[in-house]
Design a protein around this ligand. Structure first.
Ligand code: UD1
Length: 340
């Protein structure tokens, strides 16, 4: 079985990807420093896949530690690199924290596995597009000046990987530009675990529904969109996880060389108010919300053109907004009853 190193493998997207890797016959090896995840997710994963996957607790900025990891795990054929900080607002406050963590960890991992062919999947983001000039946004749209240090780490990482590839690296590389991942696994055994007050819309919705938060504030209803609230391309995390398997499969073909980048979304935009409505309709729970001012740094609307992913990656989404809401809600209820 091909061994795949999954950095950040206990996080939200990482843990769902571990499940899909096992479903596809791969052998995941998880590395996580637990800075934004919980070691008990390993037990949860075991309940889904039937065994506890290999796990190393390690901060990837620790160069010596990463060298030792490579000594212990020499037979890695693929790497999926999730490990990174991702809070946009925090990155504006503490830029060096973001540059240090997100870039050192990437460099250290790339350094230790570069002596033989390895397939590398990088977690990028639609944040690299900023507010696109035309929608849906395609992969060849100009990358705009980053709106935050977080966004900049994604842009810099993509540039680094492209340069490495051009220089004839042993790595085959795919960067996946995620749109907005939400939802949870159908078993409700894994899902998003925000620390403190959630910054993202869907965890805020589910925490409001369960009574942890009083109400949701919709950040602005005066945007140039049909209902005035911002539009995003929300994608079910299980669909997103499967895109990583598709990326590995593509890199395993002889025809794929070098570096490529794909949009990972549904191709369809939903407004904040539409997401709230979808949650209410699928769960039957009425949500308390108010309209507040715009949030600094938010872009008005973005959704992806996913033609290239369909044609080249041979991947597309299967789960709709209602399924995203229902599964996120099942997970919120599960975690309320079974705190980790
Ligand atoms: C942002 C980043 C994205 C990053 C993600 C991870 C940008 C452009 N996007 O996504 O790259 O991967 O965070 O955290 O930097 N909203 C409310 N009320 C709330 C919370 C959110 O109205 O309480 C609205 C926001 O204004 C936005 C939408 O919901 O329109 C989605 O927000 P959020 O879930 O935070 O994701 P992004 O900001 O799109």
């Amino acid at each position: 079985m091909a061994k795949i190193l999954v950095t950040g493998g206990l996080g939200f997207i990482g843990s769902h990807t571990v499940v899909e890797l096992v479903n596809a016959g791969y052998d995941p090896v998880i590395v996580d420093d637990l800075s934004n995840s919980n070691a008990k997710i390993l037990n949860q994963l075991a309940k889904i896949i039937g065994y506890k996957p290999a796990f190393y607790q390690l901060n990837l900025c620790n160069e010596q530690g990463v060298k030792e990891l490579a000594k212990n795990e020499p037979n890695i054929t693929g790497i999926i690199h999730f490990a990174a900080f991702k809070a946009v607002g925090e990155s504006v406050q503490f830029p060096l924290k973001y540059y240090r963590n997100n870039l050192y960890s990437l460099l250290n991992v790339l350094n230790v596995y570069d002596s033989k062919p390895v397939n590398f999947v990088f977690s990028s983001s639609c944040t690299v597009y900023g507010q696109p000039d035309s929608l849906p946004v395609t992969e060849d749209a100009p990358v705009k000046s980053a709106e935050s240090p977080y966004g900049n780490t994604k842009q810099i990482a993509e540039e680094m990987l492209k340069d490495m590839s051009a220089a004839g690296s042993n790595y085959k590389i795919i960067a996946l530009r995620y749109f907005n991942p939400v939802g949870a696994h159908e078993t409700a055994l894994i899902g998003e675990l925000p620390i403190g007050v959630p910054q993202n819309l869907v965890p805020f919705i589910t925490q409001t529904a369960i009574g942890k938060r009083q109400k949701i504030t919709v950040f602005g209803n005066d945007y140039n969109t049909p209902d005035g609230s911002c539009i995003r391309d929300y994608i079910h995390v299980v669909d997103l996880a499967k895109a990583h398997v598709a990326a590995l499969k593509l890199m395993e073909t002889k025809g794929f060389t070098g570096y490529d980048v794909f949009n990972i979304g549904t191709g369809k935009g939903s407004s904040v108010l539409e997401v709230i409505k979808a949650f209410e309709q699928t769960t039957g729970i009425k949500l308390a919300y108010t309209i507040g001012p715009r949030r600094d740094g938010d872009i008005e609307k973005v959704w992806g053109d996913v033609t290239k992913s369909k044609n080249v990656l041979k991947w597309k989404t299967e789960l709709d907004l209602d399924t995203m809401m229902q599964s996120a809600w099942e997970w919120e209820k599960y975690i309320a009853q079974n705190p980790l």
